[in-house]
Design a protein around this ligand. Structure first.
Ligand SMILES: [Zn+2]
Ligand SMILES: [Zn+2]
Length: 89
């Protein structure tokens, strides 16, 4: 897995496939695999790209707009933005 970090654009590119708005969380590593942790802007949550799992469970608030749209696996779906970027390249 290749992870490219673009701090200026606040973008993380994973395997040239996933283009995520977010940042690498400083000084925090996955307890299971030791990978860097990525903060996913769109879902207001942190995840491990190698384990492909969220660090925290949904908050349980039915009105929370972040958790409601959050996929089970962080790298499960391509966003529309990803597709647009790909077409440009
Ligand atoms: Zn991990
Ligand atoms: Zn929530």
């Amino acid at each position: 897995m290749k992870i490219k970090i673009d701090d200026k654009k606040r973008q993380i590119i994973i395997d040239r496939y996933f283009r995520i708005g977010g940042v690498v969380v400083p000084n925090q590593y996955c307890e299971d695999c030791g990978s860097v942790i990525i903060y996913y802007d769109q879902y207001d949550n942190e995840f491990c790209p190698y384990c492909n799992k969220w660090l925290s469970a949904p908050c349980g608030d039915a009105s929370c707009t972040y958790c409601r749209v959050r996929p089970n696996e962080p790298l499960e779906i391509k966003t529309l933005a990803d597709t647009i970027h790909e077409n440009i390249e």
